[in-house]
Design a protein around this ligand. Sequence first.
Ligand SMILES: NC(=O)c1ccc[n+]([C@@H]2O[C@H](COP(=O)([O-])OP(=O)(O)OC[C@H]3O[C@@H](n4cnc5c(N)ncnc54)[C@H](OP(=O)(O)O)[C@@H]3O)[C@@H](O)[C@H]2O)c1
Length: 134
Amino acid sequence: MKKNVLITGTSTGVGFESSILFAQNGFKVYATMRNLAKATALEERIKSDNLDIEILPLDVSSLDSIDNAIKTVIEKEGKIDILLNNAGAGFAKTLEDASLDEIDWVTDVNYTGVVRTTKSVFTFYERKKSRSYH
Ligand SMILES: NC(=O)c1ccc[n+]([C@@H]2O[C@H](COP(=O)([O-])OP(=O)(O)OC[C@H]3O[C@@H](n4cnc5c(N)ncnc54)[C@H](OP(=O)(O)O)[C@@H]3O)[C@@H](O)[C@H]2O)c1
């Protein structure tokens, strides 16, 4: 069975390219993005290069959105072999110019988003394991 990898923030950049590289190297890829309207470029590569990539919605700011994606993959695969917490956002401002709301937003996506997503993987993996033991 193929190893799988779930990647966050795959609409552009490192997440987009990593999705393709993992698939080219024999992984089943769950490429997630917060806005599926941005999936066209990846969908085209999946088609043209016949890549084993499934696109799912996942916004790292929303626990419901994270849980839905993680649950879907763990129910299907039994586990997630690699979680690539790639999604990130930011701005170039000094501390005195950035508002507290902007700082909260960056912290929420870049730090809490990683914690939420990683904890969700543990939670659904443990649930799946305990169900299969009874
Ligand atoms: N490139 C660099 O030099 C560099 C250096 C240091 C660290 N990094 C980190 O490496 C990662 C990738 O960088 P990149 O250059 O590929 O950046 P990028 O092109 O801006 O890609 C960031 C990705 O994160 C997604 N994202 C933002 N907020 C999200 C959310 N709430 N939920 C889910 N996805 C979200 C974006 O989706 P949308 O398209 O919907 O906005 C986009 O797909 C980031 O975490 C970045 O901070 C990059």
